[in-house]
Design a protein around this ligand. Structure first.
Ligand code: GTP
Ligand code: ZN
Ligand code: ZN
Ligand code: ZN
Length: 306
């Protein structure tokens, strides 16, 4: 469970069984909470008909019984108050976290603007090819544009080492259990890197198509990368990420002869989710499509001068 952003609280999930006679929710969503004493509680909302995430009523007096669907031994069942506390605390934490992040993101954005720096936030599922495209882009463009990189991963400095081998200043942010970069981490990274005015800051987010969509870093744009080995329906399955992004880079197109991937269908799905998406099709291995990507990068950096 994602304790950092609470995004895996399944309370908002709906369940659909394709091919079943009825459509819509066919199973009650269940969700888990970690109580103050560390107990993990999983329950569904079958028994009481309330909207997801509205749990404050548990403590309002009309619901002062143990939760009927909590799957733990009766002897250790938490009181309704404890349950309400767990829900309330989680929600407040999430709101505070996002509000604090947005304040810092605004500071970052103001700082970037004051220094005519373009910052791009690269997001994708693990292994879509973010670091490979970064390495190639840096090698090809660093003579024209000063580039620095903020690398996000849960563990290891592998990616930062690959970037550093190009001679590009870089810093690795390890998020531990965290599933996304936050604005405060970018602030720290910028202090360490001190990128020059009129430059390009490339941020590689943690490989995750879900949580990074929630966290504004103060970037100029999110760039969603999707590889042809992942299936063309990713934009439909993870619409928040593709809606939050201005650009989509379809990667590893050199593999198209070997995989079952319908490019046109993928582009249609992506535009269905976000009609404004700017889409590039590239291979960092063969170099196909990179010229268009570079033209866009250069034009974007130039427009930050204005
Ligand atoms: N064929 C082919 N393979 C690629 C291409 N780009 C990346 N790869 C391979 O895909 C694998 C993952 O690439 P990375 O660049 O490490 O992916 P990433 O998105 O940075 O991965 P994480 O940081 O773990 O999220 C590596 O084995 C790369 O060599 C490409 O254009 N074509
Ligand atoms: Zn409940
Ligand atoms: Zn990487
Ligand atoms: Zn998360």
């Amino acid at each position: 469970m994602c304790v950092t952003c609470g995004c895996s609280d399944g309370a908002q999930a709906t369940y659909t069984r394709p091919g079943a006679a009825t459509t819509g929710a066919t199973e009650s969503p269940s969700h888990s909470h970690v109580l103050a004493d560390g107990t993990v509680v999983t329950h569904s909302h079958d028994e009481h008909d309330h909207a997801p995430h509205e749990h404050a009523h548990h403590g309002n007096g009309h619901h002062q019984v143990s939760h009927p669907a909590i799957a733990i031994p009766a002897a250790s069942q938490p009181s309704a108050e404890t349950h309400a506390l767990a829900h309330g605390t989680t929600l407040t934490l999430e709101q505070n976290l996002l509000a604090k992040n947005d304040r810092l993101a605004t500071q970052n954005r103001d700082w970037f603007r004051a220094h005519s720096i373009t910052a791009l936030n690269l997001v994708s599922s693990p292994g879509a090819g973010k670091t490979t495209l970064l390495v190639r882009t840096i090698a090809d463009l660093q003579a024209e544009i000063p580039i620095t990189v903020i690398e996000g991963d849960q563990e290891t400095a592998n990616d930062a080492e690959r970037i550093a081998a190009t001679g590009c200043p870089t810093i690795q942010v390890n998020t531990g259990t965290g599933c996304h970069l936050e604005a405060a981490m970018i602030d720290r990274g910028l202090q360490a890197l001190n990128p020059p005015d009129h430059s390009l800051v490339l941020i590689e987010n943690v490989g995750n198509l879900v949580c990074p969509a929630l966290f504004d870093l103060g970037e100029h744009a999110k760039v969603a990368m999707l590889s042809v080995t992942e299936g063309e329906d990713k934009p439909l399955k993870y619409p928040h990420m593709f809606r939050a992004s201005q650009v989509m880079v379809l990667t590893k197109i050199d593999l198209l002869p070997y995989v079952n991937f319908d490019v046109q269908r993928c582009l249609d799905y992506a535009r269905q989710v976000n009609p404004q998406l700017r889409i590039f099709q590239v291979s960092a291995t063969t170099g196909a499509g990179l010229a268009d990507w570079y033209d866009w990068l250069k034009a974007t950096v130039q427009s930050a001068e204005a």
